[in-house]
Design a protein around this ligand. Structure first.
Ligand code: FAD
Length: 308
């Protein structure tokens, strides 16, 4: 059997063996909103475990995140997860948002500390009377109701963390506070991720650690994000995109190949759950899921159709 046949035989035989989730950001303009909904409609038939909607830096998209999450809940059969940060808000403010989601039927929160209002890389100062970090936020959400709670994890450690071990200790605090799942910052070094996973398990953390996968639609943009969040951009990756600045069609093909290669290699290592940073674009993520063996399923009826 050649290597590709062998790999194909190891792929999960049905979509039911894979769990994928998709992350979107709340749109700013009607045009961006239309693009987001086209992407959601394209990806929804892949039956993701959940779709999440980010919360803008410093809480800047509070209303737009809420509007997007509740529209997904109302108009699709998807399970939305609302990102929420502690930045610039009192505990009462944050708790009111959580309670509101609970009342509306949103059952999943991605609980984050967030970056300082001045930007990633600046010293973080908790809001007086606010949650100091994500472990405190997780505990607060647990007290407010029966939510599924996801948190962030950092295979290459968070830039604020003094050491990789301290970073895993912080993840342990989030788990002890009640987190159900961790989603990682994006990375390109699968060996590094596997090593991280071993250290996480050795620390007694048993929750799913779901790799966050970012398709490199725009190398310079991803490199900027990486610089802010402490993720490394390997030389081989830069080399793959070299000379393609003015060639978007080839860039797309290369981006799809790079992401597929990463995801299929993770499957070889036994990973079955993936979280895709979609950047509100369906094309590459859809193709990667197809390569994983996922095929569209007939969507479940929307809540209002089921009730009719
Ligand atoms: P925490 O886990 O609270 O802390 C981050 C790190 O700081 C820890 O890992 C630890 O190393 C160190 N640290 C903090 N407090 C302590 C302490 N008391 N003692 C020791 N070490 C400590 N940002 C947004 O604004 N909106 C979003 O929607 C959003 N979504 C994200 C989704 C994912 C999957 C990921 C990975 C990140 C996301 N972020 C988002 C970015 C995130 O807010 C930043 O990375 C932020 O700087 C840290 O948030 P956190 O929840 O990881 O923080």
């Amino acid at each position: 059997m050649d290597a590709r046949s062998e790999r194909a035989s190891r792929l999960p035989s049905t979509c039911a063996d894979l769990n994928v989730s998709f992350e979107f950001f709340p749109p700013k303009t009607p045009a961006m909103e239309a693009k987001l909904w086209q992407s959601i409609e394209r990806l929804a038939p892949l039956a993701p475990a959940f779709v999440s909607v980010t919360y803008g830096a410093g809480g800047s998209t509070r209303e737009r995140t809420h509007a997007t999450v509740t529209r997904i809940l109302r108009e699709t059969a998807l399970h939305p997860a609302a990102h929420l940060t502690c930045v610039g808000a009192t505990r009462e403010d944050v708790d009111a948002i959580v309670r509101g989601y609970g009342e509306e039927g949103v059952r999943h929160i991605v609980a984050l500390r967030g970056d300082p209002v001045e930007g990633a890389g600046c010293a973080y100062t908790p809001h007086p009377g606010g949650y100091a970090n994500s472990a405190e936020l997780v505990a607060g959400i647990r007290d407010l109701g029966d939510f599924e709670i996801s948190v962030a994890a950092y295979p290459e450690k968070h830039p604020d963390s003094p050491s990789p071990a301290a970073d895993i200790e912080m993840l342990k605090r989030k788990v002890d506070a009640g987190a159900d799942r961790a989603i990682t910052q994006f990375f390109f070094d699968n060996d590094g991720f596997e090593d991280y996973l071993e250290r996480v398990r050795a620390a007694g953390i048993a929750i799913p650690i779901v790799p966050g996968i970012v398709p490199v639609h725009d190398f310079n943009r991803i490199a900027r994000f990486a610089g802010n969040c402490g993720a490394s951009m390997p030389d081989w990756l830069a080399h793959r995109f070299e000379g393609l600045a003015d060639d978007p069609a080839t860039r797309q093909l290369v981006a799809a190949a790079v992401a597929a290669e990463q995801v299929l290699d993770l499957v070889d290592r036994g990973i079955t759950d993936f979280h895709f940073y979609t950047m509100n674009r369906a094309d590459l993520v859809y193709a990667i899921c197809h390569l994983l063996g996922m095929r569209p399923v007939k969507p479940a009826p929307r809540p209002q159709e089921a009730a009719a």
